[in-house]
Design a protein around this ligand. Sequence first.
Ligand SMILES: [Zn+2]
Length: 537
Amino acid sequence: MPNAAETRTGVYLPVGSLRAGLYGRNSKGLDKSIDEQIVEGREAAEDNGWPIVAEYSDGVSASRFGRKTRKDWHRLLDDLDQGLLDVIITWEPSRADRDLETWVAFVAKCRARGVLIHITGEDDTLDARNPSHWRRLIEGGLDAAMESEKISKRVRRGVAAAAVAGAFHGDCPYGYERVIVGERPTRHGPKPIKEQRPHPVHAPVVAEIFERVARNDPISVIVADLNRRGVDAPAGEVWHRNTIRKIVFNVAYLGQRSHKGEVHDGTWPELVDAEVFHAAGTVLRDPRRKTSQPGRLKHLLAYLVTTPCGSVVHYMGPARGRAARYHCVADGCTAIGVAEAEEFVARLVVKRCCRKDVRELFTDDDEPARRAQEEAAALHGKLKEATDSFLKPKGGISAERLAEIEQQLAPLIADAERRSVSRKAPMALLALLSAAEFGAAKVRPEWDGLPVAAQREVLRLLFDEIRVGKPVHTLTRWSTDTQRLAAATARMKVTWRRPGTPVAAAREPGGKPRGARAQRRRQTSVELASQHAGTGA
Ligand SMILES: [Zn+2]
C-alpha cells in the first residue's frame, strides 16, 4: 500500500490513510444516479478509512461519442498528476471513461503513481501495478467502450438507413420545400408523408447562384446583387459570402444526399446540372482565389501582358489629360493605351472562339477532366462530411478518426485536382463557344458581359503569351480610336496555347513571368500584323 500521504501534502492525515478522490458521472439510461454514485462512494471511503479529499462529478457522457467537455474528469486527472490522490473511487470503469484510449492512459497513470482504483459497483479495490488487477481494469474499460460503440451504432444505424434510402434528413435546404403528400399509419397513429420539392421562388435563386459562381462572378458582387434585389435569404437573414459557399458545396442541389462520406441518390429532384455544379465548386476551390487581391482583377490585361524587358504590365489610371494605360512594372520601358490593348485582345478572342479547332483545346481531353473534377468534388464532399460529423455537439466521429480520414483523402484530392485543373474549360469559355455557334456577332456581347476574372481565365486558356513591343506608330492626343487600334495591332503579338499543352501558371504581381523569353524562342508566334491587318480600320 502506498503511504506517502503525509509527505506529499502539508495536510495532516492519520498515518497510513489514503487520500481518496470520488468521481461520479451521469449518463443516459443509467442504473445509478450521480447522487447515488456519490453516496455509495462516500460509504466505501468510510468503510476503508480513506478521507475524501476531493469529489468530482460530471453531468455529461463519458463516451468518446459525447463531445461536451467533462470538466471535473480533467480536474481529477490534474490532481492525479500533482500527486494529490492515493485512491480513486468510481462506480464502474464506464463511469470514469468509456473512451478506451483515455481510460487506458488513466490506468497507466494510476499504475505509475501507485494510485489505487476502487470500483464501488464491484466493491473491489484494484492496484494497476498488480498484473491481474491491471487486466481486470483494462477489460472493464474495454467492455464499457464496446457498450458505448454499440449505443452509438444503434443511433447511427437509424440515420444511415434513412440516408441509404435517400430520405431527407435535418433542415430543408434553401431552394426546396417539404410538402405533405399523404399519411402512413404507425404504432403511434398516422404520420404525414412528406416530399421535398423545388421551392417556386427559391429554386430559381439557387440555380442563378450556381450559374453565376460557375461563370466566375465575384461572390461579393452576387451577394450585393441578391441583397439589393431583396431576394429571400436562407433562415430569413441577409445574404453573406458564406451563405453562397454553403449552397455551392451542398450536394442536395444535385438531388443527392451525402452521409459519412458516402453519396446517395436522394428522393428529390436536382436544382442544377452536374456540369454547372462542379464548375461552381471548382471556381470556389481554386487556390488562386484566396491569394488574389480584388484590385488585381479589375483590369483585363494587368500582369498578363509581357513587355520587351521580360516583365509584365500593370494598370495606370488616367492622369494629366492622358488616357489610362498599361505600363511595364519593372522599368517602365513600355506603355500602351488600355482601351486599344483591350479592344485588340477582345477581337482576337472573338476570332479564336469562332474557329472550329478551338474546341480541340478542351474536347480531346474533356472526359477525363470531367471525371477528375467529379472525383475531386466527391472527395471534398467526403472530407466535409467527416469534418461536419466531428464538429457535431454529440454523435460525431472522434478527432483521431477525422485526422485519419484527412490523411487518407489529402493525396487523393490533390491528385484529382491536378488532373482536372489544367484541362478544365470554365463556364465562361463554354458560354463563348456556344455563342460562337451563332456567329461572331453573338460572341462579342457575351465577352463584354463577362466579369473581368472570367475574361482573364479565358485569356489564360487561349494564350500562352500576349506581349507588347516597342511602339511602331507615333500617336498624339489627337489620334483617333482607329489609329490607336492600328498602332496597338502593330506592336502586340500573341502565342496561342496549343491543344495538349498545360495552361500557364498565373503571373504574380511584381514577379517576372516564368520562362517568358524561353517560351518565345520555343514556340511559333502568330504574327498579328499579317493575320489581322486592317481589322481595326
Ligand atoms: Zn520593361
